[in-house]
Design a protein around this ligand. Structure first.
Ligand SMILES: *[C@@H]1O[C@H](CO)[C@@H](O)[C@H](O)[C@H]1NC(C)=O
Ligand SMILES: *[C@@H]1O[C@H](CO)[C@@H](O)[C@H](O)[C@H]1NC(C)=O
Ligand SMILES: *[C@@H]1O[C@H](CO)[C@@H](O)[C@H](O)[C@H]1NC(C)=O
Ligand SMILES: *[C@@H]1O[C@H](CO)[C@@H](O)[C@H](O)[C@H]1NC(C)=O
Length: 514
């Protein structure tokens, strides 16, 4: 078994000197905080090559990852993919290549790549497992000409191993750190994706969410996260929790970057049937057309203070959100406050956690099926995973961090009466709760602070976009989330983009300058 002491990142000696050599070339264009559009423009103007960009990110990973633990592996093929992109750009007419062509993307380590990299969900148990094929979203990224830069760390098993496993911890890298304050929570489970893109270790990243795993780390790291409608992006080849709620989405420094990524990864995939049905939501011409500066004009936004904005009277959060409400109004949005939202949301107050009940049984089926389909693997079932964690309990911190979700799941026996009833109940709560609230009040989006609406969105398969909204007294960022009905990404993008352009809250962590 790989020792946790040996670094997963290996850098050939020549790289350091090459990186130093390249610095002057890059200096005419500043890569830090550059948007996808900035990068494309720099490519076109011959100020930058994809190779230089990849060398820059690998250099920054080399410099900052020992502290931040955001990256599990760098792709040994990233440089050659960059060279290929540079050759293609020379050969083809300007503007004929897609928005992500030549752009380095970091993937959460639960997204499969059939290449030299491992796909492990952060666990030592899946080291040396061989996946049958690229994940559906990776196939689309490669087709778009994106460079697969590497794998991001995460809360191990997307935070579905132990009840008390810390966010951002996985056995392969140890504890991921919030770049805005390294003694603070980065949140998870897409922790590494958020940390890396916030600290400029990658141009853009992908995360996954089952309930809060894109929204929460985006919140804590001053980035934009899009949690797409379930099925809009393929989950094939993603280490699962439950196909009923799992979704893959962009985690980026700006709304526009996230939209470029969404345009590249959304769409049907024959290995994930839910994508066929959800592809009806994808607008002709893609999502870029909704990056409108006046996107807030006429939008009806649900602002339910009692239900969502109990953030402490006079707190730094309350002050920031009040300012933002004013801005939203000034930009033409109608804030709908005069509704008793509790009348709708009361349906979610139950004694049973139906979501966990369903998910626990679904996880066992989904993970066993994922493990069975691997071409080769040291573990083939959830039972094997439990045994692995017991055998290597020191490396996997099994005693400290537990594996209660695994144990609960192993104790289930397929989708029984109880589980099926739970799923029906979740669907009914979404119809009578969020859907009714949105439809009866003709809302375009629901406003919520942080990732506080994540379960509401997750259990109904609804989309959400979170945008940076401020920094607290410890320097930790927080965001404002816009949630909507299935397929409402175009509207949410208009709202999120116009809000971002009106506020421009994001700033890079000071760790970038150290
Ligand atoms: C994949 O894991 C194996 C086993 O630890 C390791 O030898 C190899 O370097 C890893 N691949 C990459 C690209 O890091
Ligand atoms: C997808 O749907 C087709 C046709 O209904 C079915 O034959 C196939 O087994 C499904 N595939 C998966 C992966 O569920
Ligand atoms: C709002 O609705 C809830 C639940 O139906 C009810 O208990 C409460 O009295 C209502 N509040 C107002 C101000 O009408
Ligand atoms: C970072 O968080 C720690 C722990 O809560 C706190 O003591 C410290 O003041 C924070 N640093 C900054 C720069 O706010």
């Amino acid at each position: 078994m790989a020792s946790t002491k040996s670094s997963p990142l290996c850098f050939p000696l020549f790289l350091t000197s090459m990186f130093l050599f390249l610095q002057p070339l890059v200096s005419s264009f500043s890569i830090k905080e550059a948007t996808v559009q900035d990068l494309q423009l720099a490519f076109q103007r011959n100020q930058l090559t994809s190779r230089q960009l990849v060398e820059f990110y690998i250099g920054e990973i080399h410099r900052l990852n020992p502290l931040l633990k955001a990256v599990v592996e760098v792709n040994p093929d990233a440089r050659s993919q960059a060279d290929k992109a540079d050759r293609e750009r020379k050969a083809k007419a300007a503007g004929s290549l897609g928005g992500l062509h030549g752009i380095p993307v970091l993937l959460k380590d639960n997204i499969a790549t059939k290449d030299k990299m491992n796909t492990t969900a952060g666990s030592l148990a899946l080291l040396r497992s061989i996946v049958p094929r690229d994940a559906g979203v990776v196939t689309k990224l490669r087709k778009a000409g994106a460079i697969i830069l590497g794998k991001a760390s995460l809360s191990e098993w997307a935070h579905f191993r132990g009840y008390f496993t810390p966010s951002g911890w996985c056995a392969r890298t140890g504890q991921g750190k919030n770049p805005y304050n390294i003694s603070q929570d980065p949140c998870g489970s897409s922790s590494g994706s958020a940390i890396a893109v916030a600290a400029n270790l990658a141009a853009v990243t992908l995360g996954t969410e089952t309930d809060g795993s894109i929204l929460c780390p985006s919140n804590n790291n001053a980035i934009v996260g899009i949690k797409p409608t379930v099925g809009l992006t393929s989950r094939a080849g993603v280490i699962p929790i439950t196909p009923r709620q799992d979704t893959v989405g962009p985690m980026c420094r700006t709304v526009a970057d996230a939209v470029y990524v969404l345009d590249a990864i959304a769409g049907s995939d024959s290995n994930d049937n839910a994508t066929v049905e959800a592809s009806k939501y994808i607008p002709r011409g893609g999502y870029k057309q909704f990056l409108k500066i006046d996107g807030l004009k006429g939008k009806r936004l649900g602002l339910f203070r009692n239900e969502f904005f109990n953030v402490g009277d006079g707190s730094v959060y309350a002050k920031a959100f009040e300012r933002h409400f004013t801005t939203l109004r000034q930009r033409g949005a109608v804030l709908v406050e005069n509704v008793n939202a509790s009348k709708y949301l009361g349906v979610y107050n139950t004694d049973t956690n139906y979501e966990t009940l369903a998910m626990t049984a679904e996880f066992k089926l989904a993970i066993n099926s994922y493990l069975k389909e691997l071409v080769a693997s040291p573990v083939r079932s959830l039972r094997d995973l439990l045994a692995f964690n017991n055998k290597f309990s020191k490396l996997e911190k099994t005693k400290e961090y537990g594996q209660e979700y695994f144990l609960d799941a192993e104790a289930t026996n397929g989708m029984g009466k109880k589980e099926k009833a739970a799923i029906l109940r979740l669907a009914k709560m979404s119809r009578d709760g969020f859907q009714k609230l949105m439809k009866e009040n003709k809302l375009d989006a629901l406003l919520s602070p942080f990732s506080s609406a994540s379960s509401l969105l997750a259990t109904g398969q609804y989309p959400g976009i979170i945008v940076p909204a401020g920094y607290d007294s410890q320097g930790v960022p927080f965001g404002l989330c816009f949630g909507g009905l299935k397929g409402s990404e175009p509207t949410l993008i208009e709202i999120a983009y116009a809000f971002e352009q009106a506020t421009k809250i994001r700033r890079p962590p000071s760790i970038n300058n150290s």
